[in-house]
Write a protein that binds this ligand. Sequence first.
Ligand SMILES: C[S@@+](CC[C@H](N)C(=O)[O-])C[C@H]1O[C@@H](n2cnc3c(N)ncnc32)[C@H](O)[C@@H]1O
Length: 283
Amino acid sequence: MTSRADLAREIAASFAAAGLETPEREARALLRAGLGLSDVDLLARADAAVPEAEAHRLRALAARRAAGEPLARLVGRREFWSLDFALAPETLVPRPETETLVEAALAAFPDRATPLAILDLGTGSGALLAALLSEYPAAFGIGVDLSPGAARQARANLESLGLGARAAILVGAWADALAGRFDLVVSNPPYIPTMDIAALDREVREHDPLLALDGGPKGLDAYRAIARALPGLLRPGGRAVLELGIGQEGDVATLLTAVGLAPDGPARRDLAGIARAIVTRPA
Ligand SMILES: C[S@@+](CC[C@H](N)C(=O)[O-])C[C@H]1O[C@@H](n2cnc3c(N)ncnc32)[C@H](O)[C@@H]1O
């Protein structure tokens, strides 16, 4: 009989041999996700036996992880803003740095009771929209995605988080199908220059959808389309919060000022110190 601790050690060793950077941490994460345990459960009952069929299943998942499949894809879930999101092949795995946009929105609209109208362009798993609706209990939001599979998953996630009654998810190209105006428009658009995609980590290149990554020749195509739409989408006093790729603040600020929007201070930095969330408002 294999104990949880034995299995964690065995899997960590296989991860180390495969060159994963944090083998012990990833092994624990795989066990937690695979057995549906909290970290505390795992540590407190490290000597508990793992039934052979479970151990077999976890070893198979570990082999896929060692071969480069991200854990979030293996277990089909990812946490964002302390909320749990199911993933589909068409959804990006939500990234911790995207939480910077939620922080920027909370700083722009400090009164949580405000009945904000929120728009999330390129909603993917619905991560940003759900995080914002969870923070603003009187808000209503629309999420848009060009991918029907992503839109379906976003809708399911908002429902299972109990936010479905305050959200609508549409399939469409950015704001083309929308006529209304919003207090808060957020977007984490695809921003990787096409030429750079081949050089991305395998975990991203092979497992995140291209539609979520490819920002065109300079990585700016989606920003250009979104910037064109923003003046017609924002209410007076509204804010747009856009995620930035590394080094894109200047180019994106130029696109936004060209359509008459005013920057609301320097972009907010993520935990790595990278300018990540640019905030603008109607001039
Ligand atoms: C970088 S992902 C962000 C997903 C999610 N908002 C997040 O932060 O995890 C960009 C999203 O934009 C969507 N997308 C790409 N082109 C689009 C377009 N023309 N109109 C609407 N959505 C688009 C992709 O399908 C993808 O879900």
